[in-house]
Design a protein around this ligand. Structure first.
Ligand SMILES: Nc1nc2c(ncn2[C@@H]2O[C@H](COP(=O)(O)OP(=O)(O)O)[C@@H](O)[C@H]2O)c(=O)[nH]1
Ligand SMILES: [Mg+2]
Length: 235
């Protein structure tokens, strides 16, 4: 897939402030500083689209970008910074959880994990939460340039082992390094496949009786939401 345009759409403080649900969204989430904004920029091919910061906890808003006028990238605030351990769910930003659980046009989540660290409890808890809410996600192990390949491999194997019991089939995972420019192809493949699946289901096809060309994008989003079985997003 070629990225012809990547445009900043808006910064939303919560789900209610997000734009209409007309376009499929792909969201980046992970601990503060894991490399979400850097990877998003690598994907979009624009160095300064999303703000990269050496200071953890910088992004507190849901930042939304429209790509090729047909889908969106979403840079979510990171978790695990400046939060005193209270109850489990309070470690995570409520607006982010709300977005992840209820955004009906959320197509895939890229859950970023730092490849240089052994499994961290907060990442494991977050992946467990995603799993419990049936949010479709892939795991992306970041910053592989910082660490020996053998250590990366060992950390990934340990992480996959910790989560193995939660799945019949382990989630898709791959590695990336925004610094070295690795992982873009894999990210794009996930998006490409998801977009093809969406078009097959929701596309303007005479074989799809549910497709009504007279609906506006917002009306269609509303219809999608009504049809959504709880454990199976329409997109
Ligand atoms: N070595 C290395 N540093 C990275 C990589 N990706 C991001 N960083 C650095 O990690 C810090 C946090 O990156 P950022 O993208 O803002 O992380 P975010 O908080 O998850 O959005 C910045 O100083 C980046 O330059 C990478 O692939 N390799
Ligand atoms: Mg960021």
């Amino acid at each position: 897939m070629n990225i012809a345009s990547a445009i900043f759409d808006c910064s939303a403080p919560d789900l209610a402030s997000c734009p209409d649900e007309a376009l499929p969204e792909f969201a980046f989430i992970g601990r503060s500083n894991v490399g979400k904004s850097s990877l998003l920029n690598l994907l979009a091919g624009k160095e300064r689209l999303a703000r990269v910061s050496p200071t953890p906890g910088f992004t507190k808003l849901i930042n939304i970008f429209t790509i090729n006028k047909t889908w969106r990238l979403v840079d979510l605030p990171g978790y695990g910074f400046a939060q005193v351990a209270r109850q489990d769910s309070s470690k995570f930003n409520e607006a982010v959880l709300d977005y992840l659980e209820h955004r009906t046009n959320l197509c895939r989540v890229f859950a970023l994990i730092e490849s240089g660290l052994p499994p961290q409890e907060i990442d494991l808890q977050f992946v467990e939460w995603l799993t419990s809410k049936a949010v479709p996600f892939v795991l992306v192990f970041t910053k592989t340039d910082k660490i020996l390949p053998a250590v990366v491999e060992a950390n990934i194997a340990a992480f996959m082992e910790r989560i193995a019991a939660w799945f019949e089939k382990p989630p898709t995972s791959f590695t990336c390094s925004a610094a070295a420019g690795h992982g873009r192809k894999e990210l794009l493949r996930v998006i490409d496949e998801a977009m093809k699946a969406i078009n097959a289901v929701a596309g303007p096809s005479s074989t799809n009786p549910e497709f009504n060309p007279n609906l506006t994008a917002n009306e269609r989003a509303r219809e999608n939401r009504k049809r959504r079985p709880d454990l199976n997003r329409p997109w």
